[in-house]
Design a binder for this molecule. Structure first.
Ligand code: OOG
Ligand code: NI
Length: 406
């Protein structure tokens, strides 16, 4: 189900954003080169089968109710919420908090690692929205339906009753994919522009009546080579690769996550003017992104990375392991096997958001922040929010991760 959903969404996004197809092809090219160059070593952080199919998506919703519905849809595909990210702390601040839906078990990740970074708008944060805007946002968001009841019922039947037939699966996939397509419903220009003056992301969420894939990201084995290749193909990338710096094989170890993107493209959208007329226009909201993944860091490794940066890191896997900075397992021959980082980086996410905003928006730091944390997220999701470190720790220890119940 998860592999099919990822493939369907990939086909949909490719039809909507043709540059995405160029990006996927460039990734396949680079991955084939790396495989030819490095042989079996190229697959230490995931088989070529896994990496070729690997995608992450990003979606944005407006309310706790919508978030809980998303959790049911992804739950039916074996994707569970992991981690809490507060993008309001980013520069510039973005009025959302986020989690990522993904498979938990190594075998499931190996089968298909599809993950979706999911953000929910914080409508009651006064640094962004005044009282009147909050009220209008709530009214607008409460009146819309992102996911048809039939889709949610199918999701529940498949997840909790394990009741999956080909017919149900096909219908589920059809409805789920359609829910994430860009709608051609006219957008209320005055309302959209009001939100956009505060935050482009708020406008993308609360200014339109439906949700959509914001971007879909393939994984590449050499992101520096990919970056150069996209430039050669005439696709303008953002000015840098987010995350740790480049390492040459033998001169250091790839850790965490490296990402880069191409700028949002102008897509045709229809607007409804204040006088009721509908006009064709363009919006630049959706973009293309690519990622390279390295070994997962322990909390100590992460503190070192966040505090002193990558330069402070030892250069070999043996040292990373011995100093307890990164997660490794030993295979039957006693060799170290890296545990790949399966999550996101708030700083890079912020960089990706920021590089694709039309403006920094307006946030007034003197106003009241509203409280959002992992506990809030778990309540909103109405299911367990998993701690990424608990998952990596269980895998290192060779234990079966015990799914915490609430
Ligand atoms: C999500 C941005 C974060 C990533 O890869 O870090 C993200 C968004 O733009 O909605 O996707
Ligand atoms: Ni992304």
């Amino acid at each position: 189900m998860r592999a099919d959903l990822a493939a369907n969404l990939s086909e949909l996004y490719g039809s909507e954003v043709p540059a995405y197809t160029t990006l996927v092809e460039a990734c396949e090219h680079v991955n084939a080169d790396v495989l030819a160059r490095r042989g079996g070593d190229a697959e230490r952080l995931g088989s070529i089968r896994r990496v070729t199919a690997e995608r992450h998506g990003a979606i944005r919703v407006g309310t706790e109710t919508e978030l809980a519905q998303v959790a049911r849809i992804f739950g039916a595909c074996g994707m569970y919420p992991v981690g809490f990210y507060d993008l309001r702390e980013a520069t510039p601040p973005i009025p959302v908090v986020s989690t990522a839906f993904r498979p938990l078990a190594r075998a499931e990740l190996a089968e298909n690692p599809f993950r979706v970074f999911t953000s929910v708008l914080v409508v009651d944060d006064r640094r962004f929205f005044d009282e009147r805007t909050e009220a209008r946002l709530r009214e607008f968001l409460d009146a819309r339906t992102l996911f048809p009841a039939e889709l949610l019922e199918l999701a529940d039947q498949m997840e909790s009753e394990g009741d999956l037939t080909f017919e149900r699966a096909d219908r589920f996939l059809e409805l789920a994919t359609a829910s994430f397509a860009l709608s051609d419903e006219p957008v209320d220009r005055a309302w959209y522009e009001h939100l956009e003056s505060i935050s482009s992301v708020a406008a993308d969420i609360g200014g339109v009546g439906s949700t959509h894939i914001n971007h879909l990201t393939p994984r590449v084995l050499d992101i520096d080579a990919l970056y150069a290749r996209m430039g050669d193909l005439g696709i303008e990338m953002i000015d840098r690769i987010q995350g740790p710096p480049q390492v040459e094989p033998g001169e250091g170890v790839d850790v965490l996550l490296r990402q880069t993107s191409f700028r949002a493209l102008a897509e045709p959208r229809r607007f409804r003017e204040p006088d009721g007329s509908v006009v064709d226009a363009h919006l630049r909201v959706r973009f293309g992104e690519v990622e390279g993944r390295g070994v997962a860091l322990t909390p100590a490794g992460r503190d070192l990375y966040d505090g002193r940066g990558f330069r402070a890191f030892p250069r070999t896997e043996e040292e990373l392991h011995a100093q307890g900075l990164a997660y490794y397992r030993r295979d039957d021959q006693g060799r170290l096997q890296p545990i790949v980082y399966e999550d996101f980086l708030p700083k890079s996410a912020a960089g990706i958001f920021a590089s694709n905003l039309t403006s920094d928006g307006t946030a007034d730091a003197r106003q009241r922040a509203s409280s959002r944390d992992a506990a809030w997220m778990q309540d909103a999701l109405d299911r367990t929010l998993h701690d990424p470190y608990a998952l990596y720790e269980a895998e290192r220890a060779g234990e079966v991760y015990r799914f915490p119940t609430r």
